[in-house]
Structure formats: C-alpha cells, structure tokens
Design a protein around this ligand. Structure first.
Ligand code: ARG
Length: 585
C-alpha cells in the first residue's frame, strides 16, 4: 500500500468524483495529519473549500463525501466535526501491519520517489584561494543533507561543486604572487606549497590599498579568461593547492566523496554563446559599453529597471554569465529535472535574476524545477557575524577542532563520574563523531533561512534538541538489545498495540516517509530534526510506561520491534542529516 497520506488522498478524491462529478477528482482534499488524538489521525478540509463552487453548506458537502468514501480497510468510520472537517482514525490492525512490514524492510518500508528525477544538488561551492571559513560551513552541511535525502529517495543525483575559481580573487592572488616572487621558479614553488590563507590576506590588502594593483589584478582575470598560458599555469597550481586544503575539511565534515568539481572555469567555453543567444532572443541591450539584460521586477530608486550585466565593457564576463552558462549546460547536457542551489541568502536576488533571464530566453523547459535554497548567517554570541578575535572570519578547521576538543572534555568528565575507563582511541572517535555531529545538527535544526547563533554550549548540551541528545537516545534504545541479550534484527515481528503510548509511538514512527518527502520538496532539514526529537520523546514516554524486557510474550517481542524501529529510524534520520550514530558512547 502507498504511504497512508497518499492513499487517503486517492480515496477522498474518488469520493469527490463519485459525489460531485469527475471534474472534482483532481481537487486537493486538503488533508493534514492532526496531532490531536481526539480528532483522529488525519483531517480533510476540502468541504470548506467547496462551499462556494457547489453553493452548499460545508457540513452537507462533508456528509456527501463520507457517504461516497470507502476507507474501511484501513480507517474507522470517518466522522464530521465543526463546520465540516472530515476526521479519519487509522485502524490499529492497519498500523500493526505497517509496522511489521517496516520491520522486515531494509529501508523501513519508505518508498522511493516516483517518478525518479535527475537532480543536481550544488554545494558546497567555496571560492578557491580563500581558506574555507565559517561562511562555508552551512552550504557544506545543508547541501550534504539535501544530497543524502535525494539519494535515499532514489533520485539520479549529481553533486556539483560550483567552485569560484575564475574571478577577481584569482587575479588578485596571481598578481600578488608575481609581485612577491618576481622569479618565476620561486613563484611556482610558492603557489605549489605555500600558505594560501596568508597569500590571500596579503593580496587582498594590496588590492584594497593600491589602485594600480587593482587594475593589474583585473587585467589578469581577463587574460586568464582569454587563455593566456602563463596565467593559466599559475591558476592551475593555485587550484590544486586550495583543492587539497578543502578536501581535508570535507573529510573532517564527512561530506560525500563523489562531489564533482565543476568550477566556474568549466563554463568558460560556453560564455560567448550565452551572449550570442541572449542577443538572438532579443534580450541583449548595450548600456555604457556593457552588454546587459534589463530585469523585470528589479528597479533602482527612480523606478528604472535594473540591468544584469552579462559582459563588461572590457570584454570580461560576470558571475551571472557563468551561472547562465551553467544552467544551460545542466539542462541541455546533464538533462536535469531539478537543480538545487545551496547558498547564503545574500545571493537570493542573484538567483532569481539568473532564473528570470534564462526563462525569458526560453532556456528552461517547464518541467525543470530551479530551487535556490538560501540560508542565513552564522552569528557569534554577540549577535554579530561570527568572527575570530582578530576580527576575521573564523577558519573552519579551527571551529571544528574546537568542537571536537570540547566534546572530548565532556566525555572525559562523564567517564570519570561513571567510573568508566575507555581507550584513548575510543574517546577520540566518540569526540569526533559527536563534536562534528553537534555542529551539523545545530545548523540543520534551525530554520535554514534564519541566521543562527553558533554556541558550543548549546550545541553540546545533553538535554536539548541537539546531536549529543539524539545520539544518546540511539545508544539507549540499542542498549536494550545488550541488556536483554536479544538480537533485535532477528525477531518474529507481530506487533500488537495495546497501550496509548505504544499507539502514539507507532503513529509517529509511521510518519517518517512523509517527513523525508517534505524535506526533499521544501528543502527544510529542520523538519527532520524536529521529527527525530519528537520520536525520542515519544519513545521515552513509551519506555516509561511499558515494560519491555520484563513484559510477557507476545507483548515483549512486539515492544522489542517498536524499540528496533525507533533505533533504526533514528539512525536513518541522523544519517540523512549527515550524522553517524555510535553503538556506544
Ligand atoms: N562560490 C560562490 C560563493 O562562495 C557560491 C556559488 C554558488 N553557486 C552558483 N551557481 N553561483 O559565494
């Protein structure tokens, strides 16, 4: 059977068609799951929305729908409440059957997406030459979650790293290196093994202070883009150097290994076509020597339409030009159905402009979905953008090392109070998993679009909606199998739900498919965090009220199955967030 919500939708639509004619079959039944057991499990609000078109009272409409509704194979008889809500309560034996099936399935019976799509998730897309700083934390963490969710749903996924490797920062760096190391061999040596962060800082300083330097830097970008061999070679070396440094961070963050590096440079050969084809589409306007497209819905303070510059008067191309080329490449060559861009909210206008121009040029088929998933800033505890003591963006490496170090201290203290000894290797491993998990969870559990405050104390707190809490919850649930010496993977699943807390837990367990689906659609990982947090709370209530190991059969096995499903749901959910569970902590 399809996920309950879908099935219910189909049934209500069938009833709508039977009651009011076929043209009502595609109507959205406005189904929501209710968290109030008094009203049942789901509620359809469609009757209210039909009052106008049917010129009738919602309650009468609801009455007519229920008369035509056939759901007795999995629901109790639906009831009508208030102005015309239709309430559904799932039958207990139906829930039991679903739980048995979930137990037997290696993916908790969560169906794959239908249809399967070709999806590009674009992340983390740092800029080469700069050291990865806290600003790169969010795209890496959030993008990885999107990628894992899409992959789990069976989509044909391409993870693309749209590295900033073709613009001004480069020009700056190359110009700086040439100036600091006039001897080409020395320059080559420096750009092969040097410290990028330091070079970058010095180059930036020169760039900001010296107009002539700035002009030379800009010129070398144009030369680079025109394929000057000497500049290209220097560029290549710097690329290698920075790719090596950010690989280390990806590994620390446990980010997918199969992200394809396709930086801005990749699209260089396609840039001239963008201009030509925009011209053919009649969108190109020359303004002050630059090639532009005038935007709809973006105007300056005098109400004049703003231009998107696609080619500067010196012949150079822009960030936007590259994005237009990338978009076309992905549609024509990769044949995507959907592209998800993960960047800071500061780029929201950029993306809506790029999407607009591509659509107006006729490059985006209607079936292709373009999603920009913007995220807010990482703030320090002072409420300002997170900075190091010296006022610069905090290097990502330091930030993560600190999370691990603090976690390690917490663990050592805990071990002392528990009078436990563990090997150094064990402690280090737990500290890494929990520390990195904490950073990720703190990020993902916030609404993506808002800024969030980075606080070690909060993210490492054992008593909140945090990774350590969730990871402990998992260890505790799994602990049952050790203390009762039972193999949770090998039970004869025949669930019987008798207690209220069992029912509550069971229903929550069975909602995971909907939640994962929502994350894929709405791109909001915090829904999954919230789901997992509530799951562990519902499990705790169940465990408080229902004996498990001490229960008589068949309740004992039935409850062990609920424990196993809880553990596996936590493990799956956390892994979709990019967090690995531990069997012992
Ligand atoms: N490199 C960019 C930055 O650090 C992010 C790239 C976003 N993706 C894109 N297709 N423009 O801001």
């Amino acid at each position: 059977m399809k996920p309950t919500l879908n099935e219910l939708k189909t049934r209500v639509q069938a009833a709508l068609a039977a009651a009011f004619g076929d043209e009502y079959r595609d109507r959205d039944p406005l189904l929501v799951s209710t968290n109030n057991p008094k009203f049942g499990d789901y509620q359809a609000n469609v009757a209210m929305s039909l009052a106008k078109p049917l010129k009738s009272k919602p309650r009468a409409i609801a009455q007519k729908i229920t008369e035509n509704l056939s759901v007795e194979d999995f629901c109790e008889a639906p009831s009508i409440a208030g102005p015309g809500f239709i309430n559904f309560k799932l039958k207990t034996d139906y829930l039991e059957r679903l739980l048995n099936a979930a137990y037997e399935s290696d993916r908790l019976n969560i169906p794959k997406a239908d249809p399967i799509q070709k999806v590009i998730v674009e992340y983390p897309s740092p800029n080469i030459a700069k050291e990865m700083h806290v600003g790169h934390l969010r795209p890496a963490i959030i993008g990885e979650c999107f990628a894992r969710v899409m992959e789990f749903l069976g989509h044909d996924l391409l993870k693309v790293n749209h590295i900033g490797d073709w613009g001004t920062p480069f020009g700056m760096l190359i110009t700086y290196l040439r100036e600091a190391y006039p001897d080409p061999t020395e320059a080559a040596a420096a750009s092969t093994s040097g410290d990028l962060a330091t070079f970058y800082r010095q180059a930036k300083k020169r760039f900001d202070e010296d107009e002539a330097f700035k002009a030379r830097a800009r010129q070398s970008v144009v030369q680079l883009q025109a394929g000057d061999p000497e500049i290209l070679e220097a560029w290549e070396r710097v690329c290698q150097l920075s790719k090596r440094s950010y690989r280390k961070i990806y590994n620390l963050l446990n980010i997918s290994q199969d992200i394809v590096d396709r930086g801005e440079s990749f699209y260089n050969p396609y840039l001239p076509d963008v201009i030509t084809d925009l011209d053919k589409a009649g969108l190109l306007v020359e303004d002050d020597g630059a090639q532009c497209v005038f935007l709809e819905g973006f105007s300056n303070k005098d109400g004049e339409a703003l231009p998107m510059i696609v080619q500067k008067s010196n012949g150079g191309y822009n960030y936007a030009t590259t994005d237009l080329a990338a978009l076309r490449y992905r549609i024509t060559q990769d044949q995507v159905d959907r592209i998800v861009y993960t960047t800071d909210a500061g780029q929201s206008n950029h993306f809506s402009q790029v999407f607009q121009v591509a659509r107006r040029a006729g490059w985006v088929p209607e079936t292709v979905a373009l999603d920009h998933a913007p995220f807010g800033l990482v703030l320090g505890e002072d409420g300002k953008r997170l900075k190091s003591r010296s006022g610069e963006a905090v290097p990502l490496k330091d930030l993560l090392d600190e999370a691990i170090a603090r976690t390690k201290k917490d663990i050592e203290e805990r071990l002392k109070t528990e009078e436990r000894t563990e090997s150094e290797g064990f402690i280090q491993n737990v500290a890494e998993k929990v520390g990195i998990g904490a950073v990720k969870y703190a990020d993902l559990s916030q609404n993506r679009v808002s800024d969030y405050t980075f606080s070690y104390d909060r993210m490492l707190d054992l008593k909140g909606n945090t990774a350590p809490y969730m990871l402990y919850a998992y260890v505790r649930v799994r602990g049952i199998s050790r203390s009762g010496d039972v193999d949770l993977s090998n039970l004869k699943a025949d669930v019987k739900l008798t207690e209220e807390s069992e029912l509550t837990l069971a229903k929550h367990l069975l909602q995971m498919d909907v939640v994962i689906d929502e994350v894929a659609t709405d791109l909001l990982p915090n829904r999954l965090c919230q789901y997992l947090f509530e799951l562990s709370q519902k499990y705790n209530q169940f465990y408080d009220r229902c004996p498990v190991l001490k229960a008589e059969e068949p309740a004992r096995t039935s409850r062990l199955v609920l424990c196993d499903l809880t553990a596996r749901s936590l493990k799956l959910g956390l892994s979709l967030l990019g967090i690995e569970v531990l069997e012992r902590m």
